[in-house]
Design a protein around this ligand. Structure first.
Ligand code: FDP
Length: 297
């Protein structure tokens, strides 16, 4: 077989595996959601970042590890809830998930999500190794955003575990109308606070912040604007995780025509080789992210 034929065959094979991962995420989501009511309590352990795990985090992680790990073509599985990645096969694609992003929202019953990233490399991988990424949002409706093949699509996931395409080629609206910034305000840097005050002054924008990154980012994808979990005085790397949050959200937002940054460069260009490394995250419309980078310079 000629080299081009091998590459084409690999790409077609990768696409099949990615479709398989998306199907597993969609078909497992109703089960994760149904399993939540009795699991709104802390689990016995902390996660590898030293944060309290909810019983639901562990439940969702176990389900996803078992099902994604059973897919032919997936070689490694990693999640925010386990210290090391798991060898699950001989495939060349790796899958990293945040099984329940925003799980501290379980107690007050606010939105949360499941984030997934498919890398064509062993873990920890680089943002430029991503071949697909997306998330499920457990809101009043269960929706799923998937970025692959250069486009972003939105699906509704039904209770019978089927999923239905509802919006093709999703892009950020040109005029961003919402903003949401995480971290305690007194812990923000002076430069970031000055930027935040400028964003607030624009009468065309309003605050939308729920404390679950995936819910807050989905507001940006829907209405345009800017989300940040910034560098904090007490945490220069911010709070969010590169492999499980920064890279996949960077991939989704940039594929949808937006921009992302760690303060100086695209989230997809962040270089961190620790599976649980953190990064500041700024995502939104390109003009706002450019202003943010200028403000932090
Ligand atoms: P959570 O701890 O509830 O899982 O990275 C996880 C995350 O939520 C994000 O979804 C959210 O943006 C952020 O942490 C909120 O953290 P703080 O409430 O500690 O600011």
């Amino acid at each position: 077989m000629a080299t081009t034929d091998i590459n084409t065959a690999d790409t077609a094979r990768d696409m099949q595996i990615i479709d398989g991962v998306v199907d597993v995420i969609a078909s497992t989501a109703p089960e994760i959601r149904t399993g939540l009511p009795g699991r709104r309590v802390a689990a016995e352990d902390e996660n590898p970042s030293g944060e309290t795990q909810m019983a639901a985090d562990v439940f969702a992680d176990d389900l996803l590890c078992e099902r994604i790990g059973a897919l032919e073509g997936v070689g490694e599985y990693a999640s925010e809830e386990r210290p090391e990645s798991v060898d699950v096969g001989t495939g060349r694609l790796s899958v990293a998930v945040d099984p329940l992003d925003g799980s501290s929202n379980l107690k007050p019953n606010n939105t949360m999500g499941t984030i997934f990233a498919v890398y064509e490399a062993p873990l920890p991988a680089h943002g430029r190794d991503l071949v697909a990424a997306g998330y499920v949002l457990y809101g009043p409706v269960m929706t799923m955003i998937v970025a692959r093949n250069g486009t972003v699509d939105e699906y509704v996931i039904h209770d019978d575990a089927s999923h239905e395409l509802v919006r093709e080629d999703v892009t950020l609206p040109d005029e961003g109308s919402v903003y949401g910034f995480g971290g305690r305000v007194p812990d923000w840097t002076d430069d970031f606070e000055a930027f935040a005050r400028e964003v607030e002054q624009d009468p065309s924008r309003k605050l939308r912040y729920g404390g679950s990154m995936i819910g807050d980012v989905n507001q940006i994808l829907t209405y345009g604007g800017i989300f940040a979990y910034p560098t904090l005085e007490s945490a220069p790397e911010g709070k969010l995780r590169v492999q499980f949050e920064g890279y996949p959200i960077g991939y989704v937002i940039e594929t949808a025509g937006g921009a992302t940054s760690d303060g100086t460069k695209s989230l997809l260009d962040v270089d961190k080789d620790d599976l649980h490394a953190r990064t500041p995250m700024y995502v939104g419309n390109t003009d706002l992210v450019a202003k943010l980078e200028a403000a932090l310079d």
